[in-house]
Design a protein around this ligand. Structure first.
Ligand SMILES: [Zn+2]
Length: 100
């Protein structure tokens, strides 16, 4: 499957699911992201003018990496939850189930 066809099945908005979509954009994960991510980003006003690549580079710097990894676990669990919901409906286990 080509990268540009690998749409996110969590939000079903025909967005390519890459790390940036998952970290910053997927609407299904908005509430988790707002609750867990925003406090970290709000800590540094510069993040508001960063693009996604800069934001990610900043997040994996050593002062933030611990908090960031905790947020990732939360986002991942949230996404798993949504995909399991989907799996009950379609019998498919998410974006990569056909590739396993
Ligand atoms: Zn999405």
């Amino acid at each position: 499957m080509k990268k540009e066809e690998r749409f996110c099945k969590t939000c079903n908005k025909k967005k390519v699911e890459d790390e940036f979509h998952f970290f910053f954009h997927c609407s299904t994960l908005d509430s988790t992201r707002k609750a867990k991510f925003k406090p970290i980003l709000d800590d540094n006003v510069e993040t508001t003018i960063m693009n996604d690549h800069e934001k990610l580079s900043w997040l994996i710097e050593k002062d933030q990496i611990k908090e960031f990894s905790r947020v990732l676990v939360n986002l991942y669990q949230d996404r798993q939850g949504s995909n399991l919901e989907e799996a009950r409906v379609t019998g498919c286990l998410g974006p990569h189930c056909g590739e396993l």
